[in-house]
Design a protein around this ligand. Structure first.
Ligand code: SAM
Length: 372
C-alpha cells in the first residue's frame, strides 16, 4: 500500500495556481479551463459530448399535462393521454428487460429517456407520433434510442451487476445458516455480486485498517454504495462498529440491502437517491451532518459522466467530518491502466474547495482521504 500526503507547500502553490485559473476562467482566457470544459472526467468517454441538457423537464410537463387530461376535457384527448403514458410505460419496461437493468427504478429510466428526447427532436417526434409502442419499436429511431440509453444505463449501473437471482439465493441461505464460517462465505458471495466489491475483496482488510486508524468512524454514510455496506465485518476486524446509512439509485437494491442488514445484524438503514438530481442532493446536508465519514467509492466517474461538474455540488452538500473517495486505477476487466494524472480534475476540485487530503492505493483502486 502506498500512502502519500499532499504537502502544504504544494497545496499553497495549487491554491495560487487555482486562483489564477479562476481569474483567467472568469475572463475567459484560460486555455486549460477551456480544455476542462470539454473534458471534465479525463480518461472516460463523455457520451453527452459536452452538451448541456439541464432542462429536459419542459417536455415532461407537456406530456404529463396531456397525459393527465388537465388542460383538455374531451374524452378523446384523455384517451390520447393515457395511450401516451402506456406507450412510455412499455418503452421503460422494454429497456429494463436487459440483463442487469431490471432493478432500476422506472422513474430513473424515464428521466434518461426524457433527456434523450430533449437532445434529439427526431427521436422525440417519432415517439410521440407513433400510435403505439409496438409501432415505435419498429422504427430506426427506437433502435437509436435503445442503443443510447442501454449504453448509458449499463455504464452507470448495469455493468457493475451480476445475476440478481444469485443475490436472492444467497440471502435465503444467510437467513437459515447459523454457522459463522458459512455466513462469512455467503457475505463474500454477496460482495461478489457487484463488480466493485468483488475486485476489492482481497483488499478490504488493508483499506478498512487505514480508515479505522485515521477516522475510527462511528457513523458512516455510503453513497452510490453498491454492495459495499455488506463489508461491515471488515470494520469490526479493526475495532470499529459503525452505524451505516447506505444509498444508491435503485429502491429495489436498497430494500435488498435492508434485508441483508437485518440478517447480519448490521446497524444500518438505506435511502434511494439519484445523486444527479438537485432534489436528492438537497437531502445530503441533513443525512451527512452527524456522520464521521461519507464514502464515495468509485462513484464520481459515473456521476460526472451523467452530469458534468456535479462533484462540486456534492462536496458542497456533504457535511460529514471526512470524505473518502476512490477511483479505479484499471478499467473494468483490468485491461487498461488509468493514470493518476487522469484524476487531476478531482485534485483541482479539492484545491478549489481548500480541502486537505492524503492518498493511499491498493492494487486496482486509489483512495483520497479528505478532511472537511
Ligand atoms: C462503480 S459502482 C461503485 C459501487 C460502490 N461504491 C463500490 O465501490 O463498491 C458505482 C455505483 O454508483 C451508482 N450510481 C451511478 N449513478 C448514480 C446516481 N445518479 N445516483 C446514485 N448512485 C449512482 C451505481 O448504481 C453503482 O452502484
Amino acid at each position: 500500500m502506498v500512502i502519500a500526503h499532499n504537502k502544504k507547500k504544494k497545496y499553497n502553490h495549487n491554491k495560487k495556481e487555482e486562483e489564477n485559473n479562476n481569474n483567467q476562467e472568469r475572463l475567459g482566457t484560460n486555455p486549460r479551463a477551456e480544455r476542462e470544459r470539454s473534458s471534465p472526467c479525463e480518461g472516460r468517454d463523455n457520451p453527452r459530448n459536452g452538451r448541456e441538457l439541464d432542462s429536459p423537464r419542459s417536455d415532461t410537463v407537456d406530456k404529463n399535462t396531456a397525459a393527465s387530461g388537465k388542460t383538455v376535457d374531451s374524452p378523446r384527448s384523455e384517451k390520447a393521454g393515457s395511450a401516451a403514458s402506456d406507450k412510455m410505460d412499455d418503452l421503460v419496461e422494454s429497456l429494463k428487460s436487459k440483463k442487469g437493468l431490471s432493478t432500476l427504478d422506472d422513474d430513473f429510466v424515464r428521466d434518461k429517456i426524457e433527456r434523450i428526447f430533449a437532445s434529439n427532436n427526431i427521436i422525440k417526434r417519432k415517439f410521440h407520433s407513433s400510435a403505439s409502442f409496438k409501432q415505435f419499436s419498429k422504427s430506426q429511431e427506437h433502435e437509436e434510442l435503445q442503443k443510447r440509453i442501454r449504453k448509458e444505463l449499463r455504464a452507470i449501473y448495469g455493468v457493475f451487476q451480476t445475476d440478481e437471482s444469485d443475490r436472492m439465493k444467497l440471502l435465503t441461505r444467510l437467513r437459515t445458516t447459523h454457522d459463522d464460517t458459512e455466513r462469512r462465505e455467503i457475505v463474500d458471495g454477496l460482495l461478489g455480486t457487484h463488480t466493485s466489491t468483488k475486485e476489492r475483496l482481497p483488499h478490504y482488510d488493508e483499506i478498512y485498517s487505514v480508515l479505522c486508524e485515521k477516522i475510527s468512524p462511528e457513523t458512516v454514510v455510503d453513497l452510490g454504495c453498491g454492495m459495499n455496506p455488506l463489508a461491515h465485518h471488515y470494520f469490526a476486524q479493526h475495532n470499529c462498529w459503525p452505524t451505516i446509512l447506505a444509498s444508491d439509485i435503485s429502491a429495489d437494491d436498497m430494500k435488498f440491502l435492508d434485508e441483508c442488514f437485518a440478517a447480519l445484524s448490521i446497524p444500518g438503514k438505506t435511502v434511494a437517491l439519484d445523486l444527479t438530481k438537485d432534489d436528492d442532493i438537497a437531502k445530503l446536508p441533513a443525512l451527512t451532518k452527524d456522520a464521521d465519514v461519507t464514502l464515495l467509492f468509485k462513484l464520481l466517474d459515473s456521476l460526472e459522466e451523467a452530469k458534468r461538474h456535479i462533484s462540486y455540488k456534492l462536496f458542497d452538500n456533504i457535511k460529514s467530518k471526512w470524505i473518502v473517495a476512490s477511483f479505479p486505477t484499471k478499467s473494468l476487466g483490468g485491461k487498461k491502466n488509468i493514470a493518476r494524472a487522469g484524476r487531476s480534475w478531482f485534485e483541482r476540485l479539492l484545491a478549489r474547495k481548500g480541502l486537505a487530503w492524503e492518498t493511499f492505493s491498493v492494487e486496482n483502486e486509489l483512495f483520497y482521504v479528505i478532511k472537511k
